[in-house]
Design a protein. Structure first.
Length: 365
């Protein structure tokens, strides 16, 4: 297989949506609210790109904020009742790629609930929403398609045909707290997250517990930016922490991590990464971190679907990745500053081993 993962846009790539759904919807809206006004398909395509849909509505039709909100609500109702068809051959291509062991990823700024409904309606029997922010759309659409399996990564809420897969981030956070408390030279450490909730909050509480297990008097600063993608906010929070004397920070997010790593590099301090090994981003400043293997959980889920042992209705622990099953691991220690002693490394390795044996009591959130 040349490409293990295929990444698709959604509208007008996988499904024929603009010509068959979005443009007819807009035309119907104009007939109802702006009689006599008209927008051709070509105009709709071109002006969606330049100057953009909202600007087109304001410039061409004089819509104010209230009218734009009205149009959006009209569109949401329309697309919930009109499903675009996949382009010829697209379903077959995706199924063949998955049958050969490949992965399919959809990257789109389309309304996520519509994307999941489109896939369910076009015959896909497993639909995945990865992230806490997909909890509501996955649970909404799962109720409409009882014959489709819905998987939700790190979210909340269950249906009879859905399951959650998650990461035991309280364990990972605990380990990161231990490393931070052992490495700090100032007795000040920090943790920065995106949105509160789900595994992120559990990770932060684990971080605090791990750090306190090493040094009960360590000073821990904590910030939530409120947005997993707020790179700038995370960067500013990290700069503030480093300027206040913090010398090791763990970030628990996705996009925010880039901001924290950038701040660590600029201030020449340590950062602990998350999700992937991030040493390549700042080779002198990424001390260690956590690495997730989501395939660990997804492989078990797909196996259970095939053999009929699929478990739902709240049994999310069945599909947890953790240190014990190899789905959650520590990246190599990269102590270029020499802040960790041999005894410190031995403590870290001991804690890591005990987490793999479920031999450490973790905080419950």
């Amino acid at each position: 297989m040349r490409y293990k993962c295929l990444v698709f846009d959604h509208d007008d790539t996988v499904v024929n949506s603009t010509a068959t759904i979005h443009h007819p919807c807009f035309e119907q809206y104009l007939r109802l609210r702006y009689p006599g006004r008209h927008c051709t398909l070509e105009e709709y395509f071109l002006k969606n790109f330049d100057p953009g849909f909202m600007q087109m509505c304001q410039n061409e039709y004089g819509m104010d904020d209230a009218a734009l909100q009205d149009e959006t609500e009209f569109w949401k109702k329309y697309v919930a009742q009109h499903i675009p068809s996949a382009y010829p051959g697209m379903n077959e291509l995706m199924r063949r790629h998955k049958a050969e062991g490949g992965y399919i990823c959809v990257v789109s700024h389309s309304f996520d609930e519509n994307i999941r409904r489109d896939y369910a309606e076009n015959g896909y029997n497993v639909v995945i929403g990865h992230g806490y922010q997909f909890s509501e759309p996955v649970n909404t659409v799962a109720k409409e398609y009882s014959n489709v399996m819905f998987l939700l990564g790190c979210g909340v809420g269950y249906q009879k045909n859905s399951a959650i897969y998650d990461v035991q981030l309280e364990a990972g956070g605990y380990l990161m707290g231990v490393i931070a408390a052992l490495a700090t030279q100032s007795n000040k450490i920090g943790v920065i997250g995106g949105g509160e909730g789900s595994e992120i909050t559990r990770g932060h509480e684990g971080f605090k517990a791990g750090a306190k297990s090493i040094n009960p008097g360590v000073d821990i600063q904590e910030v939530y930016t409120g947005d997993w993608n707020d790179t700038t906010g995370a960067y500013e929070a990290a700069i503030g922490m480093y300027d206040s004397g913090v010398d090791v920070i763990w970030h628990s997010g996705d996009g925010i991590g880039l901001g924290v790593v950038q701040a660590a590099e600029e201030k020449d301090m340590y950062v602990l990464g998350n999700v992937e090994d991030q040493k390549s981003l700042a080779p002198k400043n990424v001390l260690s971190g956590l690495q997730y293997e989501w395939a660990n959980a997804l492989d078990r889920i797909f196996t259970s679907i095939r053999d009929g042992s699929f478990v739902s209705d709240g049994e999310k622990e069945t599909y947890m990745i953790n240190v014990a099953n190899g789905g959650l691991s520590m990246t190599e220690i990269n102590d270029v500053k020499g802040w960790l002693t041999k005894d410190d490394i031995a403590v870290i390795e001991d804690v890591y081993a005990k987490l793999g044996q479920d031999a450490i009591e973790l905080p419950e959130v």
